[in-house]
Ligand binder design. Structure first.
Ligand SMILES: [Mn+2]
Length: 318
């Protein structure tokens, strides 16, 4: 069957889910991100019979458009949507009534969900790929990931997953590197066996160490949160470093990815009182942007001029 997959370019979970789909179905893979997903959904080849969407989705600002697109794809192809980001009951119902096979669980990461869905068609070793996604998405304590982890060498999984995350963070989306990683993982290569991964990971370790100093000097504290405007690809790293450097509940890293727009990564600690994903979804929609995510890890896009408003609103909720 002619399969096609769109998955999240930004992290190990998205890349891992894509590799699992590719290993099981031979799918062609297109990696995308929240700000490009709507256009990429229009670029699915006509001959596609089976379509997988992983680790990406919509938020309040574009949910109708998103559902309409999936509905129209499901008229010509079998659509499987694998995700773990918060989704309202209404959206789930609308997806299912459009004929979409929805694999959704906020407790598991996308790689684990893809693995469980396609297990019968996967080679031995695919559970490791699923675990890399779980570890780096902070979802390895989930019911399914925990069982898989008990059958693996934990240190091995942690080391491989971290190496891959750092290599992806170093290289960014440039030069087709994430796509190369998908190919290699789908052939059940371990991250340390993939050309360039160990070297890039060590370079990124050094970068992150330097970044720690930069965050300390350029980051700003505002009550219970700290924020910083950065040029780093891995804005999630910056958010975490902000939490550590300023001893706050929430770190907010902002990057002007396209002119006039900040791409924002938010990370929280267990002290944070709000569900960051749902909170930032509401706040960013009010400010003309969009966003979403998990309880302690989320992201959004806002107009550059609304940064102060966003920080003020967010500070009140956490
Ligand atoms: Mn994920």
């Amino acid at each position: 069957m002619n399969a096609f997959c769109i998955s999240h370019v930004k992290d190990v979970d998205g890349v891992g889910a894509a590799a699992i789909v590719k290993a099981a179905t031979g799918a062609r893979v297109m990696l995308s991100d929240y700000d490009t997903l709507m256009e990429d959904l229009d670029r699915i080849p006509k001959e596609t019979e089976q379509f997988f969407l992983c680790d990406l989705g919509s938020d309040n600002s574009n949910v109708d458009q998103f559902l309409e697109k999936l509905k129209s794809i499901s008229r010509r192809a079998k659509v499987t949507y694998v995700d773990h980001h918060f989704m309202s009951g209404a959206t789930k119902r609308r997806l299912r009534s459009s004929g979409v096979r929805l694999v959704h669980d906020v407790k598991e990461c996308s790689s684990i969900l893809a693995y469980l869905t396609l297990k019968e068609s996967l080679p031995a070793g695919a559970s490791l790929v699923a675990l890399y996604g779980a570890v780096t998405d902070y979802a390895d304590g989930s019911p399914n990931a925990r069982v898989l982890m008990e059958r693996a060498d934990r240190q091995f999984v942690l080391f491989e997953a971290a190496m891959l995350a750092f290599a992806l963070g170093r290289k960014g989306a440039a030069g087709g590197f994430p796509e190369l990683v998908v190919d290699e993982l789908s052939r059940m290569k371990h991250p340390h066996e993939i050309e360039g991964v160990p070297r890039l990971a060590v370079e990124q370790l050094e970068k992150v160490r330097e970044l720690e100093d930069e965050v300390r000097s350029k980051g700003k504290r505002s009550g219970k949160l700290a924020y910083m405007v950065t040029g780093q690809y891995s804005t999630g790293n910056v958010s975490k470093l902000l939490i550590g450097a300023f001893g706050v509940r929430v770190g907010v890293a902002l990057k002007e990815k396209s002119p006039g727009w900040y791409e924002v990564s938010l990370r929280g600690t267990s002290e944070c009182k709000a569900h960051l994903g749902r909170t930032i979804d509401r706040i960013s929609a009010k400010l003309g942007g969009n966003g979403g995510g998990h309880k302690v890890a989320a992201g959004c896009r806002i107009p550059v001029g609304r940064m102060d408003d966003m920080l003020t609103e967010l500070e009140k909720k956490i």
